[in-house]
Design a binder for this molecule. Structure first.
Ligand code: MG
Length: 384
């Protein structure tokens, strides 16, 4: 038996509406939701889906040629009609003979999950139509003038979503035969006698209609956006009498030491401040006041461990840290690996995410004259 010919599928997105109830003074599909317009998000949901071969975007005549649709994923633009049904029909006409199946989607459902698209596509293998629905779980009332007048049985009731998928020839014929307006394309398919399978919808696949829907969509989107923070730190300590310097917790023999309230580990201070900075929690001085004698001569590991613990308790992992030590002497290179390993141990980060490196300042400035050591650090925290 030979394999069946490959099936081609288009997504038809209807963006010709003028609805402004969602606020912002412009049609809702052109309002921004997390940096992209609602229309861009809806189009991307299908452009990024491996089961979609072609995209058609139906626009209002007034929106053709303005800058609202920036292009983005490749979509064929079709001019919409006076009603939603007219606009869908225009899109279907443009697809005639081009694909086997079509998924018709409301542009105002920008957060459609890939699994919903998967389910509609799968059901079209065995049905001429398929659409996502959610069983009604709330009790349903009828009401008049603010008072309940009756209770409506909810058995077998579903809330309809999109994309509504169809075999192209079947839905095109149904649209051409259907004169009256319709709530959606399932109604038009049913009027033509097509069987439409119900597949599981998703609460995230909300339709943006009112202003509060925008807030809900922002919240849903925020839950999916990566929460990444970067921070920087800078510190300087001057040389004084001593026989070693401590950098990133490693003692390096040297003819002088670094002066400071604690062990003067300039590199670990810069790194610790970078973590506090990423958390927007100030710096070492705020958490460990120099006026407090408890921190006199303290090993700076306690500062780093505290900052790392703050990050962890707020749900962040140390994605990476990069520390640069600026000095002419001592030579850092031979100790850099030990320093990085020590930082990884203290902060709980993977060793390959910690970088310690050094540079001179070409004998210029205070570091060049050997008066002290400077260090800068950058960290990235990522929410787990
Ligand atoms: Mg310091």
């Amino acid at each position: 038996m030979s394999a069946p010919p490959p099936t081609t599928t288009a997504a038809l997105l209807v963006a010709a509406g003028r609805g402004t109830r969602a606020g912002g003074g412009i049609p809702k599909q052109w309002r921004r939701l997390g940096g992209l317009t609602v229309a861009e998000r809806s189009v991307r949901a299908f452009a990024d889906h491996p089961g979609i071969d072609r995209l058609v975007l139906v626009l209002h005549p007034d929106d053709i040629g303005n800058d609202l649709w920036p292009g983005g994923p490749q979509a064929d633009i079709v001019v919409g009609g006076a009603t939603r049904s007219d606009s869908v029909r225009a899109g279907l006409d443009a697809l005639e003979g081009a694909v086997d199946r079509v998924l018709i989607h409301d542009i105002a459902r920008p957060l459609v999950p890939p699994a919903v698209i998967d389910a509609v596509l799968a059901a079209l293998d065995t049905h001429p139509g398929a659409a996502p629905g959610l069983p009604v779980t709330d009790a349903l009332w009828t009401g008049d003038d603010g008072a309940v007048t009756g209770v409506q049985p909810r058995a077998n009731l579903y809330r309809a979503q999109t994309p509504q998928g169809f075999h192209l020839d079947a839905i095109l014929a149904a649209h051409r035969a259907h004169g009256a307006s319709a709530a959606d394309d399932v109604e038009i398919a049913r009027a033509a006698g097509l069987s439409v399978a119900i597949v599981p919808g998703d609460e995230a696949n909300l339709k943006i209609t009112r202003a509060e829907d925008f807030d809900r969509a922002e919240t849903l989107l925020g839950d999916k956006m990566p929460d990444i923070r970067t921070g920087n730190g800078y510190d300087v300590h001057r040389f004084g009498p001593g026989a070693h310097v401590t950098l990133c917790g490693i003692d390096i023999p040297h003819g002088r030491g670094l002066q400071g309230h604690s062990d003067a580990d300039v590199a670990m201070h810069a790194l610790t401040d970078a973590i506090y900075g990423a958390l927007a929690e100030g710096d070492i001085g705020r958490h460990f006041p120099p006026s407090d004698p408890r921190w006199q001569g303290a090993a700076s590991a306690i500062f780093l461990e505290h900052a790392a613990e703050r990050a962890m308790s707020r749900g962040y992992a140390l994605a990476n840290a990069d520390v640069t030590i600026v000095c002419e002497y001592p030579k850092i290179g031979p100790h850099a690996a030990d320093m990085a390993a020590n930082i990884a141990r203290l902060s709980g980060a993977e060793p390959d995410r910690i970088s310690v490196k050094a540079t001179t300042s070409e004998r210029l400035g205070f570091t060049g004259r050997g008066e002290g050591i400077a260090a800068i650090a950058t960290v990235t925290l990522i929410a787990r």
